[in-house]
Unconditional design. Structure first.
Length: 213
């Protein structure tokens, strides 16, 4: 698997997201999922996902948290980080999410949308002494179950446009069976041929990226 940044920087990223989460939840008192949504929506999550060195290793965890809060609320928090405490559940949740994001290459938003929000990770603290692979396995299972239980993006957009699967097949030229397999997630639409994605997106009046899971 190709990672967005070198493993050399992984420890920095994990420590910084651990400190970011600990500071935001413990010192500033933010709700885990509220802060996690801010982290995603303000754009800093995408900077980390893409391997931007400034956000991976060039800023401390507290600086990252303060930047998220500034971009979201318009002002910096007044709280300083408590330096004497030992890393605990809140630190671990950010630390392990940074590892999982790097290892799997998923977007933080994808994790949250598929049942792996910050509060979900906090509830998995029982795994904090286990090998990292155990968390990866557990997180993979959670995301897989939630993806299979929710409609695919292709299905959602198709229905919003008022197409049946057969009508979309006729409109786009993509085989009906192929559309069914994509919607059932038996085939990964992210691995579809470029022309297939282009034909589907044109027929549905959306961007190719809107169809990708």
């Amino acid at each position: 698997m190709i990672h967005a940044y070198s493993e050399y920087y992984l420890n920095d990223a994990m420590q910084n997201l651990g400190d970011m989460t600990d500071y935001a939840l413990t010192d500033c008192g933010y709700d885990p999922d509220e802060f996690f949504s801010w982290f995603i929506s303000c754009g800093i999550a995408s900077k980390i996902e893409s391997g931007n060195p400034k956000y991976i290793a060039g800023m401390s965890g507290v600086e990252l948290a303060r930047e998220v809060i500034l971009l979201t609320t318009g002002c910096y928090p007044a709280k300083d980080m408590t330096l004497s405490r030992s890393p605990g559940r809140k630190y671990w949740s950010g630390w392990i999410l940074a590892y999982y994001q790097w290892f799997r290459g998923l977007k933080f938003a994808e994790m949250a949308e598929n049942g792996l929000s910050l509060s979900d990770v906090l509830s998995l603290y029982i795994l904090h002494e286990a090998d990292l692979s155990k968390f990866v396995e557990t997180a993979d299972d959670i995301i897989s179950r939630n993806r299979s239980a929710s409609p695919s993006k292709l299905s959602v957009i198709r229905k919003a446009r008022g197409f049946t699967q057969r009508q979309l097949s006729q409109q786009s030229g993509v085989a009906l069976r192929m559309i069914q397999l994509y919607e059932q997630r038996q085939n990964d639409i992210g691995k579809a041929q470029a022309y297939t994605l282009l034909d589907l997106s044109k027929s549905l009046g959306c961007e190719i990226e809107d169809l990708l899971e």
